[in-house]
Design a protein around this ligand. Structure first.
Ligand code: H2U
Ligand code: ZN
Length: 351
């Protein structure tokens, strides 16, 4: 062990703390310098039609459940024909001693088509075409959240077949549930502890610090900042954080919703430009539960978890040590942020 040189985050293996969920990640920056002999080829992308008669999300088409989509021209939401959660499940708990426990769960699952156009993705849509998606998210959060048994509304997007997304038509999902799911629950606990101690939200203080440090910033506008969190697990993981403390999308005015559409586009254009491919990810909103309580600790944010690592086809695997011990990354979040920041701001398909 070299005790002479001083520990630094650029050269030395270290663990980073995630204050939002209380977990740790291992960073091994020295390994990012090793040579890569794997594949780096570009992926040949399919050119999709504006309308696909076989797509179950295109306007006017029949879905698998037999419903016909309307000839929608704006973002369109419908109840998932294969919902994971059902609203009429009988209430109840089941136990068999201390080691066997189960609770019945109720909820509602929806699918949201972002655009009638089969060939688009968020980074290829105009900001004023994305804005109605944000409007619909807000409407759904308000309506689903107002249902007495719905205590959390999880809005998310699975993009790309490597994320298990079944259809390239631009769409997202909403799962609204009685239980507060595991990830938002962890963040609720940490944010509440921080708020009680400091009287400010954890993310307000975190964002202030990141705006001063600048090294992990990706993009910003009047109301939102996109950055790579200090504790990012995925190589190009990112977060969108509201500058002002907004507990949820319900509190957003028109200017804020337009700004959210803008930053969503800015970030996803960077992503597509990185390997010149439609960049896969799972992304979603974390915000206040809809359990009827006030949540002064909650600060609206979006997480983006993209799996690609070094090319359009080489992804990071969460295996081995990750599954058994804790997540690990090689390239530092600071280097990832620098790479994304230096990319052209115009989508590569338009150049
Ligand atoms: P992905 O975003 O993971 O591809 O999921 C699409 C959802 O669309 C999936 O949850 C639903 C599936 O149940 N679906 C319908 O509701 N109706 C259909 O006709 C096909 C797919
Ligand atoms: Zn389609």
């Amino acid at each position: 062990m070299n005790l002479m040189s001083e520990f630094n985050l650029i050269d030395h293996p270290h663990r980073r703390y995630n204050p939002l969920n209380g977990e740790w990640i291992l960073v091994s920056p020295h390994r990012a310098k090793r040579p890569w002999q794997g594949q780096v080829e570009k992926v040949v992308e399919d050119v999709r039609p504006k309308y696909d008669p076989k797509c179950y999300l295109c306007p006017g088409n029949e879905r698998i459940g037999g419903h016909i989509n309307p000839e929608y021209t704006e973002p369109f939401a419908f109840v998932n024909d294969f919902s994971s959660l059902l609203n009429d499940t009988p209430e109840g708990s089941w136990t068999d001693g201390e080691l066997f426990k189960a609770d019945s769960e109720q909820g509602i699952c929806k699918v949201i088509c972002f655009s009638p156009r089969h060939d688009l993705t968020i980074p290829q849509m105009e900001v004023d075409e994305i804005k109605p998606v944000i409007d619909l998210w807000q409407k759904e959060y308000n309506e689903l959240g107002a249902i007495p048994f719905i205590n959390y509304v999880q809005i998310f997007e699975n993009k790309g077949s490597i994320m298990g997304c079944s259809n390239p038509h631009p769409h997202g999902q909403i799962w609204a549930s009685k239980a507060i799911p595991v990830e938002p629950e962890k963040e609720s606990i940490r944010q509440l502890a921080y708020f009680e101690k400091h009287g400010r939200t954890l993310l307000a203080d975190y964002l202030d610090a990141e705006l001063k440090k600048e090294v992990r910033l990706l993009a910003s506008n009047d109301h939102f900042v996109a950055l790579i969190p200090f504790w990012a697990v995925w190589p190009f993981e990112a977060m969108i954080v509201s500058r002002k403390q907004l507990q949820s999308i319900a509190q957003m005015n028109d200017a804020e919703k337009l700004a959210l559409a803008d930053i969503y586009k800015q970030l996803t254009v960077m992503y597509d430009n990185l390997f010149e491919v439609s960049f896969a990810y799972s992304a979603g909103i974390h915000q206040a539960p809809t359990d009827g309580k006030d949540h002064p600790e909650w600060h609206f944010h979006m997480h983006f978890y993209p799996p690609l690592l070094r090319s359009a086809s080489v992804k990071k695997f969460m295996v081995g040590y990750e599954m058994l011990a804790n997540p690990q990354r090689d390239i530092t979040p600071e280097l990832s942020a620098q790479r994304l920041r230096e990319l052209p701001k115009v989508h590569y398909r338009l150049i």
